[in-house]
Ligand binder design. Structure first.
Ligand code: NAD
Length: 285
């Protein structure tokens, strides 16, 4: 039996409509600032679609585009100014940042109450304690997709490939908070394939096209493909593909996210959800 395809667009629609209804109860519209430093074309595309989505919902939106040469102090000043603006409820700084900038120092400068990508140490710490926090958008989107097919994760074996601060670690923390048994792997893990074969839930967040083959997957497992890699085709055009060899995985898995239109739309939807969550907390205090 072929896997159920988890369409991120339809799940994202539900998340956004719920957030929109919640935003309508606020005394003022939510405000989102998106900050990008540098000229990476993919990052430009991401921040523009994030800002556009917020704008379409009627949110106050402020897109700050800074040059690749921006100094850390200049960027910290931009963040401080956004922290001080009452009408801004959420601040997202798009990663990666130019190499002259210390990412952790920048994350630490964001007001934790406005930290809609959940990367401030306070929110990351609260998440690992299983407490209420602003949670990174992509991991939150992954969890929503997983729970759409497995509402109760108690005792499931979840394997997360990748251990970055922005995806792998928070995905693992969320799954642990849902009472799954979690194995986290990374580039130095031995026998990743063997570990994956035991997974009821398999999340891959690496960025290596076709890493996860069909025979890595336990029959009927839920497979979430976070990875995105642009691969050049014979005709010179580019295709965005995931970490999972889709055509093989679809024959084995119980449910599977496609790339594109799986996790991607959920990242934006969860940013909207987090912005409304921050706005509610700030406005109703
Ligand atoms: P990252 O480079 O910070 O982390 C990659 C992780 O994968 C690291 O922990 C590394 O140890 C591990 N890794 C590398 N090679 C490996 C291998 N061969 N086997 C096992 N583990 C290996 O990347 P990231 O920021 O976590 O992003 C991961 C991927 O997810 C990227 O492709 C990125 O584009 C994508 N992404 C997608 C979305 C979305 O909305 N769809 C959002 C964020 C990231």
């Amino acid at each position: 039996m072929r896997a159920e395809i988890l369409d991120g667009r339809s799940h994202a629609h539900t998340v956004i409509e719920t957030a929109r209804a919640r935003a309508a109860t606020l005394r003022r519209r939510p405000g989102l600032a998106v900050v990008l430093a540098g000229d990476d074309p993919a990052s430009h595309l991401y921040v523009k679609s994030k800002a556009k989505r917020a704008e379409k919902l009627g949110f106050l939106t402020d897109l700050k585009l800074l040059p690749a040469t921006v100094s850390e102090m200049e960027l910290l000043n931009v963040i401080q100014a956004l922290n001080d603006r009452d009408e801004i409820d959420g601040i997202l700084v798009q990663l990666p940042l130019p190499t002259q900038i210390n990412t952790l120092r920048v994350m630490a400068a964001i007001d934790p109450e406005k930290d809609v990508d959940g990367l401030h140490a306070l929110n990351a710490g609260l998440l690992t304690q299983g407490a209420d926090a602003l949670v990174p958008c992509t991991p939150l989107g992954c969890l929503r997709l997983i729970k759409s097919v497995v509402p109760d994760l108690t005792g499931s074996h979840a394997v997360v490939i990748g251990s970055s601060n922005i995806v792998g670690k928070p995905v693992a923390a969320l799954l642990l908070a849902e009472r799954a048994t979690v194995t986290q792997t990374h580039i130095h893990t031995r026998d990743t394939q063997f570990i994956c074969r035991g997974a009821d839930i398999l999340v891959s967040a690496v960025g290596k096209a076709g890493l996860v083959r069909g025979d890595w997957i336990k029959p009927r497992a839920v497979v979430i493909d976070v990875g995105t890699t642009r691969v050049e085709q014979a005709d010179g055009t580019f295709l965005t593909v995931g970490d999972v060899a889709f055509d093989e995985a679809v024959q084995v898995a119980g449910a599977l996210t496609p790339v594109p239109f799986g996790v991607g739309p959920m990242t934006i939807a969860c940013l909207i959800e987090n912005t409304v969550k921050a706005a509610v907390a700030r406005q109703t205090g």
